[in-house]
Design a protein. Structure first.
Length: 553
RNA sequence: GCCCCAGUAGCUCAACGGAUAGAGCGCCGGACUUCUAAUCCGUAGGUUGGGGGUUCGAUUCCCUCCUGGGGUACCA
């Protein structure tokens, strides 16, 4: 049981007890809350509940607080219960409870901090969803890291999560892709032919064409551009998967847009919208009456060519998600899709579904800085930086960390120099170095000839240093962080937590030595136990962030 | 015009309606015979863009205005 949840239950019971004892009047008890005070002077936990009860009880908040506090003095996990103006009750955990966290962390291992607010509910996280027409870009990477990190948090919070990638494997873009590759191929064959502005200009197109030329010579010249499109799309798609895997993102499902056509769901959904009167024809196109749902203008869903716009399959896809029975769906969208998300939900609503099961998480752009200079990027000119290039330059861990180092609502300025800097200025190294320092203690320990498991029965009551206590209290916050991440669909909280945990660790490492000669033997064993737990906890937190946990750097 | 996001310390950003608004960087000043100084300790720094409102209490919620960014396709 989470200690703050326990405290909430006991607080509620204390209010009841005070009412029974007559120190509080009878009233229906509203929601009570436990929070972490910002200032540690105000206890490890606190509640402002007496302030909220003032009206109901018709008493001064401080008196209410005292009446409740009097009922909570016997709880064994609490060391102190204090009333503070203007009506807070501050709680301090007992030393024994805090020291006992060391064993809790070691017992739970990679499940430490897990909660069960998901209770096995089916959830889906959709992110990246780039079309197979080019490499993964930085913007898509951000969505991917955010989505994957949230998925990890949701799993740790008891959800049954499917991580899903949706991509367009047919239609105009693939046609353009095929034409682009074919053109490059024909150039290889010596033909005088140029790409148009609409074609994909990137060097990867030429690479694919060159490879085809090397394998098949000039024998493919009469193949239609669809032939080239199919090959290119499969190759690029495969490459995207590998790129994402290199930063520890692996999808459970790759959902093909074309399957919505093959199964007829696009036309079926359109038929329902038409049947309900949400569609009208104008200028040879079919328009979806989004103004019925608060949009400022109606939107085309079938072009005058008879081909649906991207909105129609997007709506069908979300209709499909609804039918698959997800209790919760989280979609990540980059800045270029901010406007379309609401329209898709309008479609799902028009199809007769309550859209509250879908949450859309928007994020802002990522820009790169090197030597203090902002790098100019343009997708059209093909001068963008790809995920692969970034992995090659800085490695996967800094990418994972910095992509969730800000709230999605803030722009990220990715500093290429900082990302590889090996110092306390770089949070990635700062955090990982905490685990490295723990590992170092264990190496030296065994070198000094001690038994590897000498700490297993250590007397944890010897962990009396304030720094050790602060670290363990911070560890206790992991559950709250996971809950917050899931409630807000906001993965960035874990990066702040990891940093704070490290900043509690390093001072402890400086002050609470293990192998130094002046440390008494029993304290030495207790501290070794502590660092064993600390190491375990960093491994846990790094795993939640999809980062590696190196023992040496 | 309309929609979304942002505006908090010199800079980059946190802060699930609570107490004296916090970190990092930068600045300034300190600390290594002993587990990696890849680190630690300390000082300074604020009218939370402006103005109203709701509340016992607002950076947080509501209204309005200002500034910056993005979007506003019969592209996806």
């Amino acid at each position: 049981m989470r200690i703050d949840t326990q405290l909430e239950i006991d607080l509620r019971q204390a209010i009841k007890n005070a009412q029974t004892a007559g120190t509080l009047p009878e009233f229906e008890i509203p929601e009570v809350s436990i929070e972490k005070p910002r200032d540690p002077e105000n206890g490890d936990y606190a509640t402002p509940t007496p302030l909220r009860l003032a009206k109901l009880a018709r008493m001064a908040p401080v008196k209410i607080a005292q009446a409740i506090a009097d009922q909570m003095t016997a709880l064994d996990y609490l060391g102190e219960v204090a009333v503070a103006a203007p009506g807070f009750i501050n709680f301090r955990l007992s030393s024994a409870y805090i020291q006992g966290l060391v064993e809790q962390i070691l017992e739970k291992g990679m499940d430490f901090g897990s909660i069960n607010i998901g209770a096995g509910k089916k959830a889906q996280v959709e992110c990246v969803s780039a079309n197979p027409t080019g490499p993964i870009t930085l913007g898509r990477t951000r969505g991917g890291v955010m989505g994957d990190t949230l998925a990890r948090a949701m799993r740790a919070a008891g959800y049954d999560v499917t991580l899903e990638y949706y991509y367009n494997d047919a239609g105009r873009q693939i046609t353009m892709l095929g034409e682009s590759v074919k053109t490059r191929y024909l150039q290889q064959c010596g033909q005088d032919i140029e790409l148009s502005d609409e074609h994909y200009q990137g060097a990867y197109i030429t690479d694919i064409a060159e490879e085809l030329f090397q394998q098949h010579g000039e024998s493919l010249q009469d193949q239609p551009s669809d032939y080239f499109g199919d090959i290119a799309k499969d190759q690029i798609s495969q490459h995207q998967k590998e790129s994402l895997k290199s930063i520890n993102i692996e999808f459970d499902v790759y959902f093909r847009e074309n399957s919505l056509y093959e199964d007829g769901q696009v036309w079926e959904a359109l038929g329902i919208l038409e049947g309900k009167g949400y569609v009208y024809e104008k200028d040879g196109a079919k328009w979806f009456r989004t103004t019925d749902f608060g949009d400022d203008k109606d939107r085309v869903i079938v072009k005058n060519t008879g081909e649906p716009t991207y909105r129609m399959p997007d709506i069908a896809y979300h209709w499909n998600k609804a039918q698959r029975g997800f209790d919760l769906v989280v979609d990540f969208f980059g800045p270029d899709h901010h406007a379309t998300a609401p329209q898709v939900l309008m479609g799902v609503q028009a199809l007769g579904y309550d859209t509250s099961f879908v949450r859309t998480v928007l994020h802002q752009i990522v820009s790169l800085v090197r030597s203090g200079e902002q790098l100019k990027m343009s997708t059209r000119r093909g001068t963008y930086v790809t995920l692969d290039e970034l992995v090659e330059e800085v490695g996967p861990d800094p990418i994972r960390y910095f992509m969730i180092s800000r709230s999605g609502n803030s722009e990220i300025i990715f500093d290429l120099d900082l990302a590889v800097e090996q110092s306390d200025k770089n949070p990635v190294y700062y955090i990982q170095n905490a685990l490295v320092r723990c590992a170092g203690i264990f190496r030296k320990w065994e070198e000094a000839g001690y038994a590897p498991d000498a700490d297993k029965d250590a007397d944890l009551s010897l962990l009396t240093h304030e720094n050790e206590k602060r670290f363990l209290l911070k560890a206790l916050e992991l559950s709250n962080v996971l809950e917050l991440m899931v409630d807000e669909s906001a993965p960035h909280h874990i990066s702040f937590f990891a940093y704070e945990l490290a900043s509690m660790f390093h001072p402890t490492y400086e002050t609470c030595r293990v192998l130094h000669s002046e440390v008494p033997e029993d304290v030495r064993l207790a501290r070794l136990r502590f660092y064993r737990a600390a190491k375990q906890l960093f491994a846990r937190v790094l795993d939640l962030m999809g980062m590696s946990a190196p023992e040496v750097m």
